[in-house]
Design a protein around this ligand. Sequence first.
Ligand code: NAD
Length: 471
Amino acid sequence: MESRELVIVGAGPGGYVAAIKAAQLGLRCTLVERAEVGGTCLNRGCVPTKSVLHSAEVLACAREAGRFGVVIPEAAVDFAAVRERAREVVAQIRGGVEQLLAANGVELVRGEARVAPGPVVHVALPDGARVSYQARDVIVAAGSAPALPPIKGLDGPRVMTSDGMLAEVPALDRLVVIGGGVIGVEFASAYAGFGAEVTVLEALPRLLPTLDRELGQSLALALKKRGCAVHAGALVREVRDDGDEAVVTFELKGELRDVRADAVLVATGRRCDVGAVCADGLELACERGRIVVDECMRTSAPHVRAIGDIAAGGPQLAHAASAQGIVAVCDVAGVPCEIDLSCVPSCVYTEPEIACVGLSEVEAKEAGMQVTTEKCLMTGNAKTVIAGMDRGFVKVVATEGERRIVGAQLLCGRATDLVGELAVAVANGLTVDEMARVVRAHPTFEEGVGEALEAFGTGAIHALPKKRRAV
Ligand code: NAD
């Protein structure tokens, strides 16, 4: 059996980042991957989805060009070209990651790994051969896969998960999306942009039910304005095939309804397969199908750590996996790491974009904190008006008294970029006054952050005072 200092199972954004960090810290690292480098995020998730969303945005811009004084006679979508573009983007980024791994001296082994006590990692290679590594440390970064709820008919030919949607990027006139979480609303936004009739069916009372209430409610309004049908509190009973279309039967307020579509996307969450990565004899403590870890990503088995979607406790996000990977590797190498895993921004690439970090007002109050929330409405923001965007806001949550920023929720242009400065504030415990010291450039979307901060003091300059002041 060969010996290794560190074996990492899975080359997604958790595993490959951990491998490069390990190399930087001088560890001899072997990275085992059964499919493509980059995992779900790069091959079947974040990256191709954002490429498809970008195509939809370009189409929407072209169709609205007249409003901005630009004449484009006819703009149309070519789904095959959208798919090809996403493939090119993925291939380029994947090639870059492969190059980085090679340049850092990471040993990349293609095969299916199972971890046994020891820890020992057994790898079944594509040619049928097997190799085993006696590892000093192991990091499990095996990710997750789409989960299908127990609804009748989900094995039908027109039912897809995000994997199928991204592999095909099908040309659709009508799409039904089951699940109004992050994946569901991103595909709804993309296909609404392509001009399809989209229906979103969410079981809970609002879209994006795990985020601040106002985000899901405002997004529902924005999607409806773009022609989508959004049904919250909808219980899907059955999907069946009827000739060349699918029929989805759902219950809304006690009434059964049918909606017909060319395809049905099921986006109701993802599941992990811990059993598939553990060889006989390795028992890892789990919680709801994910591996229990401590703050250094250590599992219940000695020298076995877990990161990313398969690790319990954290959000199932690519950047969370990468950060956890760095924390785990620093722990393996015995070097300090400053990353605060409790502060992970969350971004939704809909139109308009959504982002949040830290606590919402409700979460802060539930945690026993005394907080106040201030908000900037983006209707008066020059960049928002120039871009022809409508409703949007930046909300900041801060403690009373000290006014330490504990969270922020944004729904506006470039929200996914703006959230960064608020994440810096939350992670470093900065106050509203410290953040308000910065002069923000004009015209930018970022001015909305400044105005939300000003609202904690004498008021934002570009917001009407709550009470008209006497002259
Ligand atoms: P999710 O958990 O975010 O949302 C699933 C939604 O489906 C929930 O709102 C749930 O209430 C609803 N649901 C469940 N069963 C249902 C049913 N039978 N009928 C109707 N609705 C039902 O899961 P997801 O959207 O599949 O995303 C999976 C993971 O991937 C998440 O952790 C997400 O954070 C991550 N992700 C992140 C991004 C991003 O950061 N931009 C993008 C895509 C995915």
